[in-house]
Design a protein around this ligand. Structure first.
Ligand code: PEP
Ligand code: MG
Length: 312
């Protein structure tokens, strides 16, 4: 039998000199939530609610939604969990929120754009989330996907607060939102960067198309520069900036993200221990240095190789 490799991590995300960086999980189901707790997640940085309804033909009732969300929240009693409102459309179509046929669904009516058209569906979901939070005692925040403008962020935060949500945030996964991040922080309590979509839209490279996978690389210096802008804006505003895209699951890239000012990292449960252990190996200053090196690289592969050499 193969030897079991156990990563050495104490369960509290931090650099070797004590800068706290929460190590959180991405989940889509109660099963994922239990696996995340088992893996040592400090909470949930992204609960993809649409995953529960990919096969649903009709909108689930508020009671059914509340039960489904409570099952995911329950293992995180007393811990932070960020629930994302339905990210319908493009790679995650929902039958009950299907748009008219679109030539380019990734650029179409998806995420918060659907919520703007179907405010009734959003309000019912917010009611179910608030109910599930009260039921389980999880420390719930709510965020919207695919936000492009400050006006959308303000609209969502107002709607969420009116529904009884204490902490409202938005995902930054559209370059336009990254460019006005400083203004977005005026409207919300936190942001979370979705590097999967932010890479897709920054490099104009479809995340589902293998032929452009080399462009759609989270080590692309252009993407890292945008993330750095958001990190600076978060620091200036004194508000949390998470990353919940796949980038956070790469231990060396996680170090770069910390160096760019990211305050929490959210990933699949399988990566938690590895990333937690890697973060604890170096100081904040070292992560700032690797971030600077990555930002001035001319290719994603150079950034990856340079940082790998600096951290090994
Ligand atoms: C992202 O875009 O990086 C993200 C976390 O959201 P999703 O992968 O669900 O689009
Ligand atoms: Mg996304």
């Amino acid at each position: 039998a193969e030897a079991v490799v156990t990563e050495d991590w104490n369960g509290t995300g931090a650099t070797s000199d004590g800068l706290r960086v929460k190590v959180l999980a991405n989940v889509g189901s109660a099963k994922d939530a239990r696996a995340a707790v088992e893996a040592g997640a400090e909470g949930v940085g992204l609960f993809r609610t649409e995953f529960s309804y990919l096969d649903a033909t009709d909108e689930p009732s508020v009671a059914d939604q509340q039960a489904a969300y409570a099952a995911v929240l329950a293992p995180f009693h007393g811990k932070p969990i960020i629930v994302r409102t339905l990210d319908a459309g493009a790679d995650k179509p929902l039958a009950f929120l299907a748009p008219d046929p679109e030539p380019n669904p990734a650029l179409g009516v998806r995420g918060i754009r659907v919520s703007r058209e179907r405010v009734d569906v959003l309000d019912r979901q917010l009611a179910a989330i608030v109910g599930a939070a009260a039921e389980t005692g999880a420390e719930v925040s709510v965020m919207a996907p695919m936000v492009a403008t400050v006006e959308e962020a303000t609209w969502f935060a107002d709607r969420a607060h009116a529904a009884g949500v204490e902490r409202a945030g938005v995902m930054i996964e559209v370059p336009a939102a990254a460019l006005v991040a400083d203004e977005i922080f005026g409207a919300v309590e936190f942001v979370s960067i979705g590097t999967n979509d932010l890479a897709q839209y920054t490099l104009a490279a479809d995340r589902q198309l293998g032929a452009v996978a080399a462009l759609n690389d989270p080590w692309q210096p252009a993407l890292l520069r945008l993330i750095g802008m958001i990190g600076k804006a978060g620091l200036a505003a004194g508000k949390p900036v998470g990353v919940c895209g796949e980038a956070a699951a790469d231990p060396n890239l996680a170090g770069v993200l910390v160096g760019l000012g990211i305050t929490s990292l959210s990933m699949n449960a399988g990566a938690i221990r590895k990333v937690g252990a890697a973060l604890a190996k170096h100081t904040e200053d070292t992560y700032r240095q690797v971030a600077r090196a990555a930002l001035v690289s001319h290719k994603a592969s150079d950034a990856r190789a340079t940082v790998h050499a600096m951290l090994s």
